[in-house]
Design a protein around this ligand. Sequence first.
Ligand code: INI
Length: 157
Amino acid sequence: MEFQRLSVKDHSKMRIGIIVSEFNETITSRLLEGARDALLEAGIRSENIDIKRVAGAYEIPQAALRMAKTGTWDALVALGCVIRGETSHYEIVAHESSRGITEAAMSTGIPISLGILTTENTEQALDRSGGIQGNKGAEASLAAVKMAILFQEIDID
Ligand code: INI
């Protein structure tokens, strides 16, 4: 996905929350690094980036909903990694985490982007977290910023 360069001036006051899961930490730390770097490059101030950690992808929507309800953040970024080979309840964790994020975003009106990898194996996860397929954490963080800008524009109109 291509993202147009975002100017520093437009959103230097924007506050972004990141929820990152500790399960598959090798991968999620790479997603987090990509997300932070992309936010900083987009002009979000480091003091306006807040990182909250949860145990696994299943817990992400619970924290996201709680955070979204405070109204503190203009947008949230959900980062996690669910690998099919590692769990018999892959389908449940993968499905419920994305379903819960959608529900939290829709019920609060706060944009929450989906940076939760669902892969067949670790290699695919590495490819998508700073490997040959890019970094989905970076993509998700820029999607969140773009949604926050869009919502500000809509509110002004
Ligand atoms: N959580 C993940 O984020 N990724 C996984 O691949 C995973 N697996 O394999 O089970 C996983 N499980 C933990 C789950 O998210 C919850 O933390 C746990 O069920 C406690 O509620």
